[in-house]
Design a protein around this ligand. Structure first.
Ligand SMILES: [Zn+2]
Length: 447
């Protein structure tokens, strides 16, 4: 089961020596002199170029370099240059994110087919990873007090984003001398693998999304506090990615996430509990909600829960007005609803849920899309959702806080347009002081 998907690994060899820096030379199929000349060339040339002048043939080993990478590979020239482009884009994003430039070339061995490589091309641990279809980043860190010198070498199979994943480890290792705790290190390496500039949507591999949707969710505590090691399984990587994706893209948590990560990387005394402890209930809820609704295109930022509004019980004929956007997840109405009561919902305006932008009322279209729907939260537990509309009376499946949204696929709400003006009030008989239709009948029969 696990052999057909990469098992990534990461190792650090940490050597602490006073005033002594040891450059690490790992076995190279190209020999030392070639490595040296390629590395110096990499400093000067800004564009991706082939280094070797061997005759081109399928599976030939070559060196390719770009401003931040030196790649030894058996990929074709076209494939290698495409990979370097993706690696450069990724490194620009992650170094911008962590605010530390990538000052040192990242050396990568990227393997399309092991048959093309000499038997002794790789250290044993790296060969192990490559044979199982994954990758390994070996980083030597030499520290002297607060100073450190680090050299990372990436070994990765060419596909499934493995070189990008490993290159994030290499960047962290070389720039910070550490990659942080396993959940953060692996979660962020997967983030780097999937990162698109200015795109907050979920674009994880389909198998990762399916695995998460079909599995019993792994708890936050299990992810953050487990002693699981790096390279354990792609399934564990999926949970770590999901947590990092949520914390980085959800406006409720993202402001604290980058400082937490930088704290890990600069070896400050920080912890997940210390930073997010006061929001534990909200994070746990949103984390599970994210896992349960995960699909390609899901927008954590648009589906974030708004925890600030105060909710109140409705009295008399005065209702509660609220603006509801088509391009957001569940939105608070500020109304505390009671399962014994009947309510009325009036929604004015139009919105759209498809690319053509056909305008719809809160009753939605014939397929049910675009309909105003509701859900009730009680102590971080959600009721089943139920239908509202442009002008309806309704009861609720449980007492609690009423949230509403425009019905659409969870991965498809980003292109929705429009806002409705929604009014929630007690149904007429309730507002006039009656309890419900049946209790009024009782009172009448008592007279
Ligand atoms: Zn990794």
């Amino acid at each position: 089961m696990s052999n057909w998907y990469p098992r990534w690994r990461w190792t650090t060899i940490s050597i602490s020596l006073a005033l002594l820096l040891i450059p690490l030379h790992l076995p190279s199929p190209f020999g030392k002199s070639q490595w040296a000349s390629t590395a110096s060339a990499a400093q000067k040339k800004p564009s991706t170029k082939k280094k070797n002048d061997r005759t081109e043939a399928e599976g030939t080993l070559r060196d390719y370099f770009s401003p931040h990478f030196l790649v030894h590979t058996d990929l074709s020239a076209e494939e290698a240059e495409d990979l370097l482009k993706r690696l450069e884009t990724m490194i620009k994003l992650v170094s911008g994110y962590w605010g530390r430039p990538c000052r040192q070339t990242i050396e990568c061995y990227v393997v399309k087919d092991l048959e093309n490589w000499p038997k002794d091309a790789f250290p044993a641990a790296a060969l192990d990873s490559l044979e199982s279809g994954g990758g390994l980043t070996m980083t030597t860190v030499v520290t002297n007090g607060n100073d450190f010198q680090a050299k990372a070498t990436v070994y990765a199979v060419a596909d499934r984003g493995t070189p990008q994943h490993e290159a994030v480890h290499a960047y962290c290792g070389q720039s910070f001398g550490t990659t942080g705790p396993t959940w953060y290190s692996e979660g962020m390496a997967e983030m780097g693998n999937y990162w698109n500039e200015n795109d907050h949507s979920v674009n994880a591999a389909e198998i990762v999304i399916r695995y998460i949707r079909e599995s019993e969710p792994k708890s936050l505590n299990e992810i953050v506090n487990s002693n699981e090691r790096t390279g354990d399984s792609w399934q564990n990587y999926a949970w770590r990615w999901a947590l990092c994706h949520l914390l980085e893209h959800n406006p409720n948590y993202r402001e604290r996430f980058r400082p937490l990560g930088l704290g890990f990387l600069t070896k400050q005394k920080v912890s997940f509990e210390q930073v997010y402890g006061s929001m534990a209930d909200e994070i746990s809820f949103e984390y599970l909600f994210f896992l349960n609704h995960l699909e390609a295109g899901y927008r954590v930022d648009l589906c974030a829960w708004d925890w600030k509004p105060k909710f109140r019980v409705l009295r008399g004929t005065r209702g509660q007005n609220v603006k509801v956007s088509a391009a957001k997840g569940w939105q608070p109405t500020r109304v505390l609803v009671d399962e014994e009561s009947t309510y009325a919902c009036e929604a004015a305006g139009e919105w759209s849920v498809d690319a053509e932008g056909a305008m719809l009322t809160a009753d939605g279209n014939d397929a049910g899309s675009g309909r105003l729907i509701g859900v009730v939260m009680d102590d971080y537990k959600l009721s089943d959702e139920f239908e509202l509309g442009a002008e309806v009376t309704f009861t609720v499946p449980q007492s609690g806080q009423l949230y509403v949204r425009c019905r659409d696929g969870w991965g498809e709400i980003a292109d929705n347009k429009g806002t409705l003006a929604v009014k929630i009030k007690l149904a007429d008989n309730e507002a006039k002081g009656g309890k419900s239709v049946s209790s009024i009948t009782e009172e009448e029969s008592n007279d």
